[in-house]
Design a binder for this molecule. Structure first.
Ligand code: ZN
Length: 226
């Protein structure tokens, strides 16, 4: 895989910063909790998503950026997202070339290829946030919850990891699929840490934040679930 040089960043989950108050020339140093790097990065993603929702995505010099990135990359954020054509992470978060390390498959499940790809991003590219993003009206979730037999072993591999989430929701409710989809996002986020010692270690050491998110096809908004 030709994905640039290895970069290892060490970013503490919470930092202390100093707020200086200067009454009458006397400086007092008051420690206050600053935002964690994960929170700061999520806020930036949310701002980009707001621009996308409003149709005000930033203009970018793609040619210049492409040249800058020819020999290296250091995406701070990885996104594990459904392959659905209506949910492109770069557009949804209004990010540019080199900003997001994107792993996509129908149903955004934590299979070995997805987990390995995310391990690479965290271990070698300096990624500090993973966003697991499901979406409204996901075909993979609907197929999994339909109970129908998949037409091939490959399609079975898509729906099988979602089936457990279907059993947790009341199928009589109109938003069954979205409830199952949200539960699946939570399951995937949890499984990343169960299936990957690399991601677990980074998370435990405060170098990785995993964000669970859900995208609305109707509004374009990405909601942070946790
Ligand atoms: Zn989908």
């Amino acid at each position: 895989m030709e994905c640039g040089q290895a970069i290892r960043q060490s970013v503490p989950r919470t930092r202390l910063r100093t707020l200086s108050v200067v009454p009458l020339g006397i400086a007092l140093a008051i420690p206050v909790l600053a935002q964690s790097p994960g929170s700061q990065i999520w806020n930036e993603l949310a701002s980009g998503n707001r621009r996308f929702m409003d149709g005000k995505s930033e203009a970018r010099d793609l040619v210049a950026r492409r040249k800058d990135l020819a020999k290296t990359q250091s995406p701070r954020v990885a996104v594990l997202s459904c392959a659905d054509s209506r949910v492109p992470p770069e557009l949804v978060f209004d990010e540019g070339l080199g900003d997001l390390f994107v792993v996509r498959s129908a149903g955004e499940s934590a299979d070995p290829l997805a987990v390995g790809s995310l391990e690479y991003a965290v271990e070698h590219l300096g990624t500090v946030v993973i966003v697991v993003m499901g979406h409204q009206s996901c075909g993979a979730v609907k197929a999994a919850c339909s109970g129908e037999k998949a037409a091939s072993r490959n399609l079975e591999a898509v729906v099988a990891p979602i089936a457990a989430s279907c059993t947790k929701v009341d199928k009589r409710k109109p938003d069954t699929f979205d409830l199952a989809g949200r539960d699946h996002v939570h399951s995937v986020a949890r499984e990343l840490l169960v299936r990957s010692a690399i991601l677990k270690k980074a998370s435990d050491e405060g170098e990785l934040t995993i964000v669970e998110a859900y995208y609305s096809l109707e509004t374009g908004e990405v909601t942070k679930l946790r």
